[in-house]
Design a binder for this molecule. Structure first.
Ligand code: HMG
Length: 387
């Protein structure tokens, strides 16, 4: 039985900072951010967009195209959780008016959260082929004003529908996973911004990539040339470029060119959104599917990395007609319609996001009509409204 990704929806908030403006404000050469880091813009979430509202908005992108009565599982992967007990998936389930019988919960392992959910969903659908699963990754990456990580911030969500006979990607059984208890990046409960050992984190990412990629190929009897493309977790696009360079070491010219071209296609959305943690690999996958000229049957490798650290390499095949399930124009419009913030405006929003919202103060949103937003806390209960 074929199981895989049937729908992909993404959402990013309606404001951004341009990396050239940020470089000037931080007395850096813009090429360091544009080329050295590989980022053009970063989305900024104001206090009315959080992991939950973004996750609802990402799922709304496809919810009307699916049979909602078949959804049996809803997993919410995040490291920007809004509550220590209640899962984000329950807010999503209520906004989408899904059946009370849906099993709903939240998972966490840094940026690996969506992949963890996807693997559980895949097993669920293999056991219950008549049901589907929604898996969401939703996060706001915050390092702090004037930190080395600032240029790698971002905000957004990706939502996947997992089903049998999927219309976009068929997931192949098997994977290579690798984990170690390390401190490359983490966020203690008392901090709204991440703690990070930046250079170390990039080295571990590459080490875990080398390990899982070679182990996966060995397990499956594959060679690098068998992959039409490889999609990477992209905390910033230069990170994936470094991994891709390792992947193509020693390959023939044609494979080298193909994997470099497909990498270029896979980074376009991420270069303009920034790091969205759990959703980053899947935003890159969407970018690849929309810009990479892939054919039915093409084999795609996927590398997921979550700090702390946990990595997994797996693969999928492109399904005939996958283009019909994507909406490239609408995906690009989400980026094009964002409002550019000046650096002082962004700093003001950023500082406001470090302060907990006050109880019983209503928030209003400037998102477009039909979008969900966080409307404040009423008697200690978070309120989500549709605009
Ligand atoms: P930095 O101190 O700005 O680094 O921090 P740098 O000074 O080494 O510069 C970066 C690159 O820009 C270098 O290139 C420079 O040569 C180049 P590289 O050697 O890397 O190829 N450069 C220039 N290029 C062109 N023109 C110029 C110029 N000047 C310099 N004029 C760092 C960079 C990524 C460490 C920092 O931004 C950071 O700490 N980011 C956050 C951590 C991170 O994203 N880590 C990634 C791996 S961990 C991960 O992926 C998990 C994560 O998503 C979280 C999760 O799992 O939840 C983060």
């Amino acid at each position: 039985m074929k199981v895989g990704i049937d729908q992909i929806g993404y959402f990013t908030p309606n404001k951004y900072v341009d990396m050239v403006d940020l470089a000037h404000a931080r007395n850096q050469d813009p090429n360091k951010f544009l080329i050295g880091i590989g980022q053009k813009k970063m989305s900024v979430a104001d206090p009315t967009q959080d992991a939950v509202s973004m996750g609802i908005n990402a799922t709304l992108r496809y919810i009307d195209k699916i049979d909602q009565s078949k959804v049996g599982l809803l997993i919410f992967g995040t490291e920007s959780s809004v509550d220590q007990s209640k899962s984000g998936s329950l807010f999503v389930k209520s906004a989408l008016k899904l059946d009370p019988a849906v099993r709903a919960f939240e998972v966490k392992e840094a940026c690996f959260g969506l992949t963890a959910g996807l693997m559980i969903a895949q097993d669920f659908v293999r056991l219950h082929p008549d049901q589907t699963a929604i898996v969401i990754g939703s996060d706001i990456a915050r390092y702090g004003i004037n930190t080395a990580g600032e240029v790698t911030q971002g905000a957004g969500s990706v939502s996947l529908l997992v089903s049998s006979n999927p219309r976009i990607l068929e997931l192949n059984e098997g994977h290579s996973a690798y984990s170690e208890d390390i401190n490359d990046f983490w966020r203690p409960n008392y901090s709204k911004t991440a703690k990070v050992d930046g250079k170390y984190s990039t080295q571990v990412y590459l080490d875990f990539f080398k390990h899982t990629f070679s182990d996966y190929k060995r397990q499956k009897g594959l060679e690098t040339k068998d992959f039409a493309a490889i999609a990477y977790h992209l905390p910033f696009t230069k990170m994936g470029l470094k991994a891709n360079r390792l992947a193509i070491e020693g390959v023939d010219e044609e494979t080298n060119a193909r994997l470099m071209d497909s990498f270029t296609a896979s980074k376009e959305l991420n270069a303009n959104v920034g790091n969205i943690y759990t959703g980053s690999l899947y935003l890159s996958l969407l970018s690849l599917l929309e810009n990479g000229g892939l054919k039915a049957g093409d084999l795609i490798g996927l590398f997921s990395y979550g700090s702390g650290a946990m990595a997994e390499f797996y693969s999928a095949n492109v399904v005939e007609g996958y283009e019909n399930e994507l909406d490239k124009a609408a995906d690009e419009a989400l980026l094009d319609k964002r409002r550019k913030l000046s650096v002082p405006e962004y700093e003001k929003i950023f500082s406001a996001s470090l302060v907990d919202p006050q109880n019983n103060v209503e928030l209003t949103s400037d998102e477009k009509k039909g979008r969900y937003y966080f409307a404040g806390i009423c008697d200690d209960i978070r309120q989500y409204r549709v605009k």
